[in-house]
Design a protein around this ligand. Structure first.
Ligand code: FES
Length: 186
């Protein structure tokens, strides 16, 4: 099973072999496209174009059908996402309560802009429109969990707690501490 767009990648990336095995097992099941997309996103973290083309070839369906499903469901992403995707609501209620300041603080704390992922792959950042929790404005979601009535001053502690937990869970490595110079009393 192969497609022209990713022939080179298939031999190099074992995730394609795992995806192919899944496609082979799911292919005869009606509606298998959704489960194949779930599997692919789990394997690759997101759904780049070469993976979508590969799925279309594997399931022998038009690429447009695959793209249609991916763009219909918010769950699927064609852009890289972090383990903890952050979404900042910029709807009216949140905006007037300072969502722009919260967003700016997240960007400066993480060193990324909207649409980017941190180097360690832990966080990604997007903005969105009303998430239906206007009474808690301003609202952000992190990994699907809602955090409301947030100010920019809450951001560093919130992100630090998530990072600490991720380090404890072995998801990322702890930052390297600068060695203290010998004889330093500080
Ligand atoms: S405007 Fe942000 S939750 Fe409604």
């Amino acid at each position: 099973m192969s497609c022209n767009c990713c022939k080179g990648m298939i031999t190099e990336d074992p995730r394609f072999a795992e995806l192919d095995a899944f496609i082979a097992s799911a292919k005869s099941t009606p509606g298998s496209l959704i489960s194949v997309l779930h599997k692919a996103q789990h394997l690759f973290g997101f759904l780049p174009e070469e993976v979508l083309q590969h799925i279309a070839a594997g399931l022998q369906i038009p690429p447009a059908e695959v793209y249609g499903v991916v763009t219909f469901y918010n769950y699927f992403s064609t852009e890289p996402v972090g383990r903890f995707p952050i979404s900042v609501c910029m709807g009216t209620a949140c905006y007037v309560q300072g969502a722009d300041r919260v967003l700016a603080k997240i960007e400066s704390e993480l060193g990324i802009k909207t649409g980017q992922v941190t180097d360690d792959g832990l966080f990604s950042l997007v903005s969105c429109r009303c998430v239906g929790a206007c009474g808690l404005a301003p609202v952000i979601t992190i990994g699907g969990e809602v955090h409301g009535k947030l100010t920019e001053h809450d951001v560093p502690k919130l992100l630090a707690e998530i990072r600490q937990q991720a380090i404890a869970d072995g998801l990322v490595e702890a930052p390297v501490q600068e060695p203290v110079a010998a004889g330093s009393d500080k």
